[in-house]
Design a protein around this ligand. Sequence first.
Ligand code: GUN
Length: 281
Amino acid sequence: MAVILDGKTCSKEILEDIKKRVAKMPQKPSIAVILAGEDPASKIYVKNKEKTALELGFTSKVYRLEENVSAEELKNLILNLNRDKDTHAILLQLPLPKHLKSRDFIELIDPGKDVDGFHPINCGKLLTNSNPYAVSCTPKGVIRLLKKYNIEIQGRHAVVIGRSNMVGKPLSVLLLNENATVTMAHSKTKNLSEIAREADILISATGICGLVKKDFVKDGAVVVDVGITRDFEGKIKGDVDFEEVSKTASFITPVPGGVGPMTIAMLMENTLELCLNNAEF
Ligand code: GUN
């Protein structure tokens, strides 16, 4: 049976450490979250982010905008937050309402306040391994969890299924920067199960429930599940058939309790780091 990669416990330790550090700071880290529209999943995510930030002693302000908010109004809010010296981190919750193109607004965020690491400057800095102001939280959390369990990355074959800007692409680059040999697979990849079976570290980030079955996984592989979907009963499920795969993998993340809690811990860590970079103590 595989060892469980316990993201819940790991994230708790990180958050406790951040809380202790913040208690000693004269100026508290502050995060501004912009939530436009009524996407139900986004509302839950934003509530959790705000609750965690406040528990750590951060200042957190959520800007709730109508579904039909104009591009001008959203643009002005971002530019005002860029100028506000009491705001260290800006998070634009995605997806945006359909009439707004997320790229246009991500590019307006000051890269030094871009807590998600989604700005092209931060993506470029990640790609060139040259100190981005922040790195996308979920991929960063995956690497942190692997390191917590002393899982070797260097020289191993990592296969990432999914090529999103938020997870698959930055995670592939992080793995490459850790000297893994990286294969990026996606919805158009032929012979997916064969390629997945070559992985020493298999990471699935597709949102397709149950995609990764036993025949995708080499004996002894490390399996990380970034997928989050809800089944017909509303239960949270991952991409990986945990029941089957956990019998042959060496390590595996559960869903929930694996990558999810690590994402929020990395968001808080990024907020703290942006504050420390910008603060005039
Ligand atoms: N929507 C789903 N996940 C994320 C995330 O990590 N950051 C932002 N900004 N929006 C999201």
